[in-house]
Design a protein around this ligand. Structure first.
Ligand code: ADP
Length: 272
């Protein structure tokens, strides 16, 4: 059995008489990968996220995690494997302190108290929030809130972590910092990262990208391959970041940068 999330010809609609919002969506995400899912507003990204951990179920086709098709009987098992971080962390906080909040998820999974406290400290270190155990989650800054939400998910030790527009409420620096943090966590663990975004800058450092358009997979490839379709991206509502646009314009006019092509880290640096 392959350890992966598998969408096999998934169709989904919210209302019986409405057209499907996902049409024959077919892709997989292997364990250990960082896959970015990008698409314009309404292209079906959040619906995909919700299908990944049993908040919604496929109308036809299958969504499976490590070989088990997600259905009503195994959602709790699936949710332990697939953690979710959403756009607005305030809707996810349940504890009055950061420590209680992170512990809550573990309590639900029956973790003993001493193990729990150790784990809280560990995951707060992972997200660079170690001195915030006693703080009230609601009073933190936007970026700090998302770090706590991420720590809460990490505490349950999922195999897959889905960040659904989790950086959308942050400023560019905050967004970049969060992505760097989750990348670092991923590099030191077996965690599989699925980041959902409508911002092309957020796909650059991913291993692989799935581009959605109107409920269908429009393209799948490396960030470099996605950027090679620059012209087409703007036709499906994705704004090409300034630097990429500029490079393209310069090329058109026969002007090239007097240097080697950028590697991933340099591209990230340039784009933000
Ligand atoms: P994205 O995350 O890419 O913005 P969504 O998955 O949220 O896209 O939405 C895909 C489509 O499904 C959109 O047309 C949206 O209006 C519709 N949709 C999303 N949620 C619901 C819902 N709860 N009821 C009905 N339609 C919905």
């Amino acid at each position: 059995m392959r350890e992966r999330i598998d969408f096999s010809d998934v169709t989904f609609r919210y209302q019986e008489d409405a057209p499907p919002v996902l049409k024959d969506v077919d892709f997989f995400i292997d364990k250990g990968e960082w896959v970015a899912i990008i698409g314009h507003n309404g292209s079906g990204k959040s619906t995909i996220a919700k299908l990944m951990n049993g908040l919604l179920f496929a109308e036809s086709g299958d969504v499976s995690v490590d070989g088990s098709v997600i259905h009503t009987d195994n959602v709790w098992e699936i949710r332990k494997k697939v953690g979710m971080v959403f756009q607005n962390p305030d809707n996810q906080f349940v504890g009055t302190t950061v420590r209680d909040d992170i512990a809550f998820g573990m309590e639900n999974h029956g973790v003993p108290r001493e193990v729990m406290l150790e784990k809280v400290a560990e995951v707060l270190r992972d997200v660079q929030m170690e001195s915030y155990e006693e703080h009230e989650p609601h009073r933190l800054s936007g970026g700090q809130k998302q770090r706590v939400a991420i720590a809460g998910v990490l505490a349950v030790a999922p195999d897959y972590m889905v960040l659904d527009e989790a950086t959308a409420m942050l400023d560019p620096k905050g967004r970049q910092d969060i992505l760097e943090t989750v990348r670092e966590v991923q590099e030191h663990s077996d965690l599989t990262l699925i980041t959902i975004t409508h911002d092309l800058r957020e796909i650059v450092a991913a291993d692989r990208v799935i581009v959605m358009n109107e409920g269908e997979v429009w393209f799948e490839g490396t960030p470099r391959e996605v950027f090679a379709h620059k012209d087409a991206l703007s036709t499906i509502g994705l704004d090409v970041p300034f630097v990429a646009k500029l490079t393209q314009e310069m090329k058109k006019h026969g002007i090239s940068f007097d240097r080697e092509p950028l590697n991933h880290e340099e591209m990230v640096e340039e784009l933000w």
